[in-house]
Design a protein around this ligand. Structure first.
Ligand code: GZL
Length: 308
């Protein structure tokens, strides 16, 4: 009967060790390091052979790594795409080679959705909305206009585009909220610090709120704010995204007011998807990872339990 055939197929499939070629976009942030660890650990646990490449935030290097994986005839390719455009050609090469592609963490913009099997990652627009909702609550009693500075992530990346969109959607509910400065800082602490320094030199105390698209840029901004002589979390409300341990520690010190969680532990989801794909199962086009929001009120307790 069907049941025994399926079991037999699964048994045959599970005996062979599969090879996954993973094009990781970089090592720019603590989130990214935790994501890489999660993928490596989950591959080892799943008995999946991992060919790992770190493209150091270069899309060209991602293309080169994916071509290598195609040449090595890996069973599956997973990509964390640094930006969302420009992926059609390389995805067509993978398709022509008969190698399925899974998107991990970030999304791509392609006209033909059959070029990838599934996208496993967060709903970044919702993360932006969560940041916006905290902004409305926290500044409810502020005398307007409330000046906001924004540190955007990598230009053209789906998290940066969508977090900015979600944040603005909610901000629009109050006309006294004004974005005074907004710069890309590539999700890194150093660039976050530099950008915040220039914001403060231009706008000083007019900046009452900072929305940082990730914790590393928020940590850099905190350094610049303290250098400037203001108190982060008090003179300037700070809203960040990711939920790294360092951000929780800053929140426990009252230097960050709200952290919107973005879950980097995608390894198990990715390996499960690889196994189901290899067993001939159909995967949903979109797998959204669970995550929450944390504020300074519960920082102390949460900080102890964070894994990354
Ligand atoms: C989000 C991820 C982002 C993180 C940053 O899923 O792509 O990239 O928010 C990381 O910390 O650099």
């Amino acid at each position: 009967g069907i049941a025994s055939e399926e079991t037999a197929t699964a048994a045959v499939v599970s005996d062979r060790e599969f090879t996954l070629g993973f094009s990781q976009l970089g090592s720019e942030s603590d989130w990214r390091l935790a994501n890489t660890d999660s993928v490596k650990e989950a591959a080892a646990e799943a008995g999946i052979r991992l060919r790992f490449d770190n493209a150091e935030q270069s899309q060209t290097k991602q293309f080169e790594a994916i071509r290598r994986f195609i040449g090595e005839k890996v069973d599956v390719i997973a990509i964390a795409p640094v930006v969302q455009s420009g992926w059609e050609p390389i995805l067509k090469e993978a398709k022509q080679a008969g190698i399925p592609v899974i998107l991990s963490d970030r999304n791509v913009e392609v006209s033909d959705p059959s070029l990838y099997v599934t996208f496993i990652g967060s709903d970044f627009t919702e993360e932006g909305r969560k940041a916006g909702k905290y902004l409305l609550d926290k500044t409810r009693d502020f005398a307007g206009p409330v000046g906001i500075a924004e540190l955007k992530g990598t230009e053209g990346s789906s998290p940066s585009i969508e977090r900015g969109k979600g944040f603005r959607e909610i901000m629009a509910k109050r006309e006294d909220l004004v974005i005074l400065e907004s710069e890309y800082a590539d999700f890194t602490q150093e660039q976050g610090k530099e950008a915040m320094r220039s914001f403060l030199n231009k706008r000083g105390r007019d900046i009452r709120v900072l929305f940082a698209h990730n914790d590393d840029m928020a940590l850099g901004a905190i350094e610049a704010i303290e250098e400037y002589g203001l108190e982060p979390g008090k003179d300037i409300v700070i809203i960040s995204v990711d939920g790294t341990r360092k951000a929780f520690e800053m929140m426990a010190e009252g230097k960050i007011n709200c952290v919107v969680e973005c879950n980097p532990l995608l390894g198990p989801n990715l390996m499960q998807a690889v196994k189901e794909l290899m067993a001939g199962r159909t995967l949903p086009k979109r797998i959204i990872t669970p995550e929450s929001v944390f504020t300074e009120e519960m920082a102390e307790k949460e900080a102890a339990g964070r894994k990354y």
